[in-house]
Design a protein around this ligand. Structure first.
Ligand code: RP5
Length: 162
């Protein structure tokens, strides 16, 4: 397989893409190379395991995994790699994502998943956290994160209420 981008953005279904494209947009904004793929822990188990097992060898450094319902994708990914795995619980129709949150966050000790918020906030924050992880050895990314925070603060402080 070809060399991988730094961040792999995985999701259990194409129906997750509307939310997860926000993670991709954040990574694009920081100039971080990434690859987005639909792979499911239960619908494509073999391909999921193969993709994640090969990620480190291809040069990837962080995996973001989003899923809804019985959302075991992030945990399954984490079982197949020592790369940091960030889990994003998708909002679900029946339980509003509480099922996804618990399925992603409640990992038994030994195989960690860094779990973010349900839905769009989680998608964006997963990307920001991935940038922060990469920034540990990339001063230019750390500087870009500082600039992002400063701009975010300035935008809030400019707001007026009418
Ligand atoms: C999960 O099931 C996916 O991550 C998605 O959030 C949820 C529903 O998938 P679809 O039935 O919309 O394909 O595997």
């Amino acid at each position: 397989m070809a060399a991988a981008p730094l961040v792999l953005v995985m999701m259990g279904s194409k129906s997750d893409w509307e939310v997860m494209r926000q993670a991709a947009d954040v990574l694009t904004g920081f100039g971080v190379s990434h690859e987005c793929r639909v792979l499911s822990a239960h619908r494509t188990p073999k391909e999921t395991a193969e993709y994640v097992s090969g990620a480190e060898g291809r040069g990837a450094e962080v995996i973001i995994a989003a899923a809804g319902g019985a959302a075991h994708l992030a945990g399954v990914c984490a079982a197949h790699t020592v790369l940091p795995v960030l889990g994003v619980p998708m909002e679900s129709a029946s339980l509003k994502g509480l099922d996804s949150l618990l399925s992603t966050v409640q990992m038994p000790a030994g195989i960690p998943v860094g779990t973010l918020a349900i839905g769009p906030a989680g998608a964006r924050n997963a990307a920001l956290l991935a940038v922060a992880i990469l920034a540990g050895s990339r001063p230019e990314l750390r500087e870009a994160l500082r600039k992002f925070r400063a701009e975010q603060s300035a935008k809030i402080l400019r707001e007026t209420l009418s």
